[in-house]
Design a protein around this ligand. Structure first.
Ligand code: PEP
Length: 245
């Protein structure tokens, strides 16, 4: 890692895994001074997952604090279970649940209000990449959060750039493609507030044991949000060790 921001490797199990798999992760994933290892398991597993040495993360939360919202999870409940990070605005939630930029921004604010850290996802679909307007697209996603939360969100938010065309497809952005967008995001964050210099920006999209090293070597890539490869303990361990270098 070529900077002073502490790297993060965050696993996102999505709607996968089992209690048996979780047991292996609890036993084998340790904590480290050199990076933060975060495990975002499905919400029914959060209680059991709290016994691990990694940092506990959730995959979503409600934008409301409490009330008549059947099936949703309040951030205060996540906090009671020891959750520290909450993924917000993952592209699968934006797609499956029609989550708008504004709703995502409200969720970021709710997470921050509870004293937890949002992992705010952004990233463009394939047609926007091909059209060449991907930077504008990503900036609009982030600006919506700035408009609702104010620039101080940068102090306590982790951003994950995840081009949708690279998620779960095996088609990774090249290190140069990823760095180009990360640098663009960083320069915009810094233009909003100097704190943006310290905001960690993770890359996500088919990161695996073989490509992590080159991606993490980029100046503005501070670690990864890992989907598929976070379900395989051997691969996830290699990615964690790569981020320590
Ligand atoms: C993700 O779930 O955020 C992700 C990046 O998935 P994958 O690593 O499988 O592409």
């Amino acid at each position: 890692m070529a900077n002073t921001r502490k790297p993060i490797v965050a696993g996102n199990w999505k709607m996968n895994g089992s209690l048996a798999l979780l047991k292996t992760f609890i036993e084998e994933i340790g904590s480290s001074e050199q990076l933060e290892t975060v495990l975002c398991v499905p919400s029914p597993y959060l209680s059991a997952a709290g016994r691990g040495e990694y940092i506990l993360g959730a995959q979503d939360c409600s934008s409301f604090e409490s009330g008549a919202h059947t099936g949703d999870t309040a951030v205060s409940m996540l906090k009671e279970l020891g959750v520290e990070y909450v993924i917000v605005g993952h592209s699968e939630r934006r797609q499956d649940h029609n989550e708008s930029n504004e709703l995502v921004a409200n969720k970021v604010q709710t997470v921050l209000n509870a004293g937890l850290t949002p992992i705010l996802c952004c990233g463009e679909p394939l047609e926007i990449r091909e059209k060449g307007t991907f930077k504008e697209y990503v900036l609009e996603q982030l600006a919506a959060v700035k408009n609702v939360c104010g620039v101080s969100f940068l102090d306590n938010t982790v951003i994950a750039y995840e081009p949708i065309w690279a998620i779960g497809t095996g088609k990774t952005a090249s290190p140069e493609q990823a760095q180009e967008v990360h640098e663009f995001i960083r320069s915009n964050l810094v233009s909003w507030n100097e704190a943006g210099q310290n905001t960690r920006i993770l890359y996500g999209g088919s990161v695996n044991a073989g490509n992590a090293e080159q991606l993490f070597a980029q100046k503005d890539i501070d670690g990864g949000l890992i989907g598929g490869a976070s379900l395989k303990i051997e691969d996830f361990t290699v990615i964690i060790n790569t981020a320590k270098q």
